[in-house]
Design a protein around this ligand. Structure first.
Ligand code: SUA
Ligand code: ZN
Length: 261
């Protein structure tokens, strides 16, 4: 007789074929940020960002999102300050978005979704020799999250949007050798910060999240350009790359701090 499974597998998410919640996970991401429950921390420093546009390497469709990757062999593109004890090196940035404008972001603010969310991924090269090792450590990574909202066309983003048709299919890459990602950051310095995880495999609990309070504006055509990318490789049945965001995770025993009152 078929043996009955004693412990049902954790629910599998269609996109990642991985558990929605990490068994034993206590600091998973993304989360809903309840503005009134966040705690102002006067000891939080301003976040200092210095990116060298010539460290930009290429754009790569990895089948989850499109990544803009940087040369992280030196400290030419770094962030420091904010909630961080060390300086962290920029490795890549990517986005998460929806099929329609009503959803798409990973984090929510007072349960509100934005149509998309930018993640700038940095790693602690002061304490760890490689990104891969930093991914496994509680203070290994720092990710800046920026919400995208529907509004005016974003001129800085357009140079990136113009290159997307060249990475329509999974595992395609295009050279992209000068881009300054600071043009994608809102001018307002305010942010929330909390201890969390990667939101795609390996889902490790190694991320200090820094979520900017103010969104940037992009227009409908720019969001549509994201939606014409494909999860699938050339020759496979086409699946549009949309809704590549992980469901919200429980806050558990965490406090979200704010850099502003
Ligand atoms: N969405 S997210 O910002 O949390 C995010 C950032 C990076 C990653 N993973 C990366 S860049 O992995 C690179 C390959 C790797 C190396 C060691 S373990 C995975 C996953 C999710
Ligand atoms: Zn992400």
């Amino acid at each position: 007789a078929a043996c009955s499974r004693k412990n049902r597998n954790a629910a599998l998410h269609p996109l990642w074929q991985s558990p929605l919640t990490i068994p034993g996970g206590t600091r998973q991401s993304p989360i809903n940020i309840q503005w009134r429950d966040s705690v102002y921390d006067p000891f939080l420093k301003p976040l200092k960002i210095s990116y060298d546009p010539t460290t930009c390497l290429h754009i790569w469709n990895n089948g989850y999102s499109f990544l803009v990757e940087f040369d992280d062999s030196t400290d030419r593109s770094i962030i420091v300050g904010g909630p961080l004890e060390n300086q962290y090196r920029l490795k890549q940035f990517h986005f998460h978005w929806g099929a329609i404008n009503d959803w798409g972001s990973e984090h929510t603010v007072d349960s509100k979704f934005y149509p998309a969310e930018l993640h700038l991924v940095h790693w602690n090269a002061v304490e760890y020799p490689t990104f891969e090792e930093a991914v496994m450590e509680g203070n290994g990574l720092a990710v800046i999250g920026v919400f995208l909202k529907l509004g005016a066309r974003h001129e800085g983003l357009q140079t990136l949007v113009d290159a997307l048709p060249a990475v329509k299919h999974k595992d395609t890459v295009i050279e992209f050798d000068v881009f300054d990602p600071s043009c994608l950051l809102p001018s307002c310095p305010d942010y929330w910060t909390y201890a969390g995880s990667l939101t795609t495999p390996p889902l490790t609990e190694s991320v200090t999240w820094i979520i900017k309070k103010k969104p940037i504006e992009v227009d409908e055509d720019q969001l549509e350009a994201f939606r014409m990318l494909l999860f699938t490789s050339d020759g496979e049945e086409e699946k549009r790359m949309v809704d590549n965001f992980r469901p919200l995770q429980p806050l558990m025993d965490r406090t979200v701090r704010s850099s502003f009152q």
